[in-house]
Design a protein around this ligand. Structure first.
Ligand SMILES: Cc1cc2nc3c(=O)[nH]c(=O)nc-3n(C[C@H](O)[C@H](O)[C@H](O)COP(=O)(O)OP(=O)(O)OC[C@H]3O[C@@H](n4cnc5c(N)ncnc54)[C@H](O)[C@@H]3O)c2cc1C
Length: 457
């Protein structure tokens, strides 16, 4: 093997690019492999959203010019019957993804990162149990590159993760379609009728509408597993909106919806972004939540490379710092959200009518801090109303039981993640406590996903 790098990163998506930028700034030599042409990245998505405070948090200059499509000031959450809504002030930037990715790549290149496009990671080269390099196919055929650290940022199919042998610390099971949401979006032009400003979100359809390019409007839904069902559900969602339009273009993709691997590291290897299923459990968005992990991973990788300790022990602080913070919040939400979104439209309408459940503060806390927050006084006031809802048939007892059960499972998961093992030696007993809770959460989510797919088949 000829060339040698401190780190080889597989995938030039937002995660791989941001991670390599930060690691290179810390003084290490990084190579990013990308199987597609770099200029094509982001085109299949088009417009995308990031909350404005994320730019300062991750030290990325704000977008300007054509990259910035709209600065949206509010998010409105609508009840299924459209009678109730909660509007919160939350600045979100609507941007052109290819332009954003090009700019991000520019920062990484300026700090010394090398990108190799149309170069596919094929497999790992191991020496004495450690990754010592990678086998790739690119310009000039197949060849090998040496590296000290290998990073999987290859998106949800996890090209590196799934090719590794499973160990106590490394899960290599492939992502099943039933653990994904198909995101289907149409951009409408020639709009007729009233529409609300900002981002508009509909829990029941996991649907939304928001400004797109120019005067166009994006109308999208998320739907488990099935592409056909996603289109049908989209048609049904569109028919409930108070405005109409002509479809200018449409696009579709998938986002992962499952728990992350229980460990994000093993000897000489790290995983992040969609490859580790780090998407926000309430929206499926994954850019800023991926950045949060990448920033920790880059700090830990820099220290491990400087100490020349690329063992799982040396890389373990990435697990600890990620899972005790964002990972714990996401564990709670990933376990609890399916119980919430599986409520019937009538039940969600009823909950919207109860003061203190869907609130402005709650919307901001969920989107910015990933917390489900409730005011204890308001919650206490809500109890008799909820009991009244059950008595009058507006809330099914089974739904309330499921919410209570999954609330308890979710809270236990959060506590366990907040106490993520400090050292790999105590990981096995922690994993034994976590796995049964995830099995319960997965059962509820899969039951709900299957029901939805049957309903919209
Ligand atoms: C329709 C749609 C709309 C979305 N909108 C938003 C939004 O508004 N806001 C938001 O935050 N998130 C959004 N998301 C989610 C967001 O796009 C992802 O969470 C994010 O792009 C993940 O970035 P990543 O770098 O982890 O993975 P990816 O973007 O998937 O990047 C992985 C890269 O690895 C490359 N790769 C894979 N295998 C190999 C290999 N063997 N060798 C070399 N390269 C390889 C791939 O080509 C790819 O470029 C949306 C997703 C979809 C589908």
């Amino acid at each position: 093997m000829g060339e040698a790098f401190d780190a080889v990163v597989v995938g030039a998506g937002t995660s791989g690019t941001y991670f390599s930028w930060k690691l290179s700034e810390a003084g290490f030599r990084c190579l990013v492999l990308e199987k597609e042409k770099l200029d094509s990245l982001g085109r299949s998505i088009g417009p995308f959203h990031m909350e404005e405070p994320a730019f300062e948090r991750f030290n990325i200059p704000l977008p300007q010019g054509d990259e910035l499509l709209h600065r949206l000031e509010t998010i409105t959450m609508w009840s299924p019957n459209g009678e109730h809504r909660v509007t919160a002030r939350l600045i979100t930037l609507d941007m052109d993804k290819p332009a954003f990715m090009k700019r991000l790549r520019g920062y990484a290149m300026n700090s010394g990162v090398e990108f190799r496009e149309e170069t596919e990671f094929l497999g790992l080269v191991r020496e004495r149990g450690f990754p010592a390099g990678v086998r790739v196919r690119g310009d000039g055929g197949e060849y090998e590159i040496r590296c000290r650290l290998l990073v999987d940022a290859s998106g949800m199919r996890g090209a590196v993760r799934t090719g590794m042998p499973s160990t106590l610390w490394w899960e290599s099971d492939p992502l099943e379609d039933m653990d994904t949401l198909v995101v289907y979006m149409e951009s409408w032009k020639e709009l007729e009728g009233e529409h609300n400003p900002g981002i508009n979100s509909y829990l029941h359809f996991q649907g939304w509408y928001a400004p797109s390019y120019g005067e166009e409007m994006i109308v999208g839904v998320g739907m488990p597993a099935s592409r056909d069902a996603a289109r049908k559900r989209h048609r049904a969602f569109a028919s409930t909106l108070p405005f109409r339009g002509v479809t200018a273009w449409s696009t579709e993709g998938r986002v992962p919806y499952r728990r992350p691997p229980l460990s994000l590291v093993d000897n000489g290897i790290m995983v992040m972004g969609d490859a580790a299923f780090m998407n926000k459990p309430f929206s499926g968005e994954g850019v800023t939540s991926g950045f949060a992990a990448c920033r920790i991973a880059a700090d830990v990788a820099a220290e491990a490379l400087a100490e020349d300790d690329l063992t799982r022990e040396g890389l373990w602080p990435y697990n600890v710092r990620y899972f005790r913070d964002q990972g714990a919040k996401f564990a709670f939400l990933a376990a609890f959200m399916p119980a919430v979104v599986s409520l019937s439209p009538r039940e969600v309408d009823f909950l919207y009518s109860v003061p203190g459940i869907f609130t402005e503060e709650g919307t901001v806390a969920l989107n910015l801090e990933y917390e489900m927050r409730s005011d204890p006084v308001e919650t206490a006031r809500a109890f008799p109303v909820l009991a009244g809802g059950i008595a009058s048939g507006k809330l099914r007892p089974a739904s309330v039981t499921r919410l209570a059960l999954m609330g308890s499972v979710a809270a236990k998961l959060r506590r366990l993640y907040e106490a993520y093992p400090e050292h790999p030696a105590t990981f096995a007993s922690w994993a034994d406590r976590v796995r049964p809770l995830w099995r319960k959460a997965d059962r509820v989510r899969h039951d709900y996903f299957r029901k939805l797919v049957r309903e919209w088949a």
